[in-house]
Design a protein around this ligand. Structure first.
Ligand code: ZN
Length: 136
């Protein structure tokens, strides 16, 4: 699985988005350390509750027993890529502090960063209980 393929899966997942309110569709594809890929799209409910594509992909993978994640590709159909929101940055960092993030640029190519670059000063459970660090 290379970055190009992962970005293609994120773009395909974007087509599944349920975004009647915002009309803003996002797809994500999460590569696990065993080579499996879990995709997700943003989902908005009629009462304006919702969840982002990144967390859908991550929660699907977690619910299927995966615990190691290496790369997430995000496709939002916008120039310069669609970076993860604050909630997604927190959760992605908690489960994969070394995660590579690929943003699909609607103009072509992608932007590559680490989740720690988006989330440089994380709040983690070590703040609540210093004997516990972030991780699984
Ligand atoms: Zn988000």
């Amino acid at each position: 699985m290379d970055n190009k393929d992962l970005l293609a899966q994120a773009r395909a997942a974007r087509e599944m988005a349920v975004a009647p309110s915002s009309k803003f569709k996002v797809g994500a594809a999460l590569l696990c350390d065993d080579g499996s890929v879990f995709t997700g799209c943003n989902i908005e409910s009629p009462t304006y509750l919702g969840i982002c594509a990144e967390r859908v992909a991550l929660f699907k993978a977690l619910s299927e027993g995966r615990r190691g994640f290496t790369v997430i590709a995000i496709a939002g159909g916008v120039d310069g890529g669609c970076p993860p929101c604050g909630a997604c940055r927190q959760v992605l960092w908690e489960f994969a502090p070394e995660l590579e993030v690929l943003l699909d640029d609607a103009q072509g190519g992608c932007i590559e960063r680490r989740i720690a670059e988006y989330f440089p000063e994380p709040f983690d459970r070590s703040k609540v209980d210093p004997s516990r660090a972030a991780g699984r």
